[in-house]
Design a protein around this ligand. Structure first.
Ligand code: NAP
Length: 288
């Protein structure tokens, strides 16, 4: 298979890429820093903070070999709120809007049967009671411009956390919406559980990030704490294993040592809100 991937340069995404390449698949990885191309893997420049870079990456993919699986795994988590030069909140832009743009650019070229995997997170679901402030809504305009959002938490750290959980909610809703828009594709969302020792905590001081990686797995439900090999293996399976060839927006979540299909949060199951999220996101990107 030919797998096109974001977020394949670090954390469990890098592990998934390594496994898929070792299994004989060919990969095109969108990367900010250039990796070293080899017989199975090609690195193409992609900065998800930059619309021109996203469009150029999409064009390179469209000119290349047909895509069998599109794995949208890149993501960031900030310690304090940040805005892009265009004024849009950065977490929502990189984790959600940038991937919507990429999807929009590539959709017309994806043949029936192509898999699309979007990495979400259990933090999207208030019922999971994670340490990350949960979402209050999936209104794209208010998430893009939080200063216009009356529900914005006061504390900057909570604002950053909620931006993260909301962006992951958006990824799960887009998976469900895409499955309705293109029932010929195999679409799924992935919750890797909590995976310590990845780059996700890099916005924090390294000592804080290390402490979180050590302490959190000891304080949370044992089956929700994962590892790079376990979640990387599951992500590779979703993209390539025959058993996941006909998914219609399923939410796959790690319950160590298993990967289980579960219902996402109540907000995530609001199909009308997901359709609006897609349309509003395209409008924010100037594509509607
Ligand atoms: N770790 C967890 O507990 C956990 C839990 C739930 C969900 N997730 C999600 O899982 C995914 C992978 O996270 P991880 O924990 O493996 O973290 P990670 O090690 O920090 O990996 C993040 C990946 O996203 C890429 N990325 C970030 N910003 C980018 C940009 N502007 N342009 C292009 N690529 C960009 C990074 O590229 P560089 O190598 O260039 O930085 C890296 O490949 C993320 O979507 C995250 O939200 C993680």
């Amino acid at each position: 298979m030919h797998i096109v991937m974001t977020g394949g340069t670090s954390g469990f995404g890098q592990e998934a890429a390594r496994r898929m390449a070792a299994a004989g698949h060919s990969l095109t990885i969108g990367a900010r820093g250039r990796g070293a191309d080899n017989a199975t893997t090609r690195f193409v420049r992609l900065d998800l903070e930059d619309l021109a870079s996203i469009d150029a990456f999409a064009e390179a993919v469209r000119r290349g070999a047909p895509v069998d699986a599109l794995v949208l795994n890149a993501g960031l988590q900030l310690a304090a709120p940040e805005r892009m030069a265009n004024g849009i909140e950065k977490t929502f832009f990189v984790n959600h809007l940038a991937h919507v743009r990429l999807l929009h650019r590539l959709l017309g070229d994806l043949a029936p049967g192509t898999r699309v995997v979007l990495t979400g997170s259990g933090t999207h679901d208030p019922a999971e009671k994670t340490p990350v402030t949960p979402p209050d809504h999936a209104d794209a305009r208010r998430l893009a411009y939080p200063d216009t959002d009356p529900t914005l938490p006061r504390a900057p750290r909570k604002q950053a956390f909620r931006a993260y959980s909301s962006s992951k909610l958006a990824c799960i809703m887009i998976a469900r919406h895409l499955a309705r828009l293109r029932p010929d594709l195999s679409v799924m969302a992935f919750d890797p559980g909590y995976v310590p020792w990845t780059g996700l905590g890099r916005a924090n001081h390294p000592i804080i990030a290390a402490l979180v990686s050590i302490i959190l797995p000891r304080t949370m439900a044992r089956d929700r704490s994962s590892t790079v090999p376990l979640s990387g293996g599951f992500l590779a399976d979703l993209a390539t294993a025959p058993v996941y060839a006909e998914e219609r927006g399923t939410y796959w979540s790690v319950r160590k040592p298993n990967l289980v299909a579960i219902e996402p949060s109540t907000l995530a199951r609001d199909d009308a809100a997901a359709a609006k999220l897609w349309e509003d996101s395209l409008a924010l990107l100037g594509l509607a």
